[in-house]
Design a protein. Structure first.
Length: 159
């Protein structure tokens, strides 16, 4: 299969959103996506972009993406966070995922960060195996903590 890995462009965002929605279905959260194409354009392509996106393109179609952004570690300094690595289900097993993953790691080296971090669902064995086989470590004893919008509103409104 012929494909290219390149930086995502503003005009790619409608197809990027379709991949995000496909991931939500795969992760058993089909109604969880609130982000819009307009959000992606505003936050990724404005004066101070909050993320960078790499896409895999085959036959003028976006078939994969990796979305990253910078974080700051009090121990390591600036790091890259891989928010999502998505390959269209029909294109999995073609090398696109590995090509996107390599591009993210190359980007991290170009940015001279000391760490790349991301989350993976424990039940997603193919992804867990993919990351472990690449040399990544899954940290034991750490748990992801989040406060959703409802919890945030409730907490902030407490007196």
């Amino acid at each position: 299969m012929d494909y290219i890995i390149r930086d995502g462009l503003a005009e790619d965002m409608p197809q990027v959103l379709l991949l995000i929605e496909e991931l939500a279905i795969f992760e058993k959260e089909p109604n969880a996506v609130d982000v819009t194409v307009e959000d992606l354009l505003k936050e990724g392509f404005g004066d101070k972009p909050l993320f960078h996106c790499f896409v895999a393109e085959a036959n003028d179609e976006i078939v994969g993406l990796a979305l990253v952004y910078f974080r700051f570690s009090t121990w390591k300094g600036r790091t890259v966070h891989l928010e999502d690595l998505i390959v269209r289900e029909s294109k999995r097993g073609t090398g696109i995922g590995m090509a996107l993953y390599k591009r993210v790691m190359q980007y991290a080296k170009e940015q001279e960060v000391k760490r790349v971090e991301w989350n993976v669902l424990d039940w997603n064995k193919p992804a867990v195996d993919f990351y472990l086989n690449s040399g990544a470590k899954i940290l034991e004893g750490w748990q992801v903590v989040q406060m959703d919008e409802k919890g945030l509103n409730a907490f902030v409104s407490k007196k």
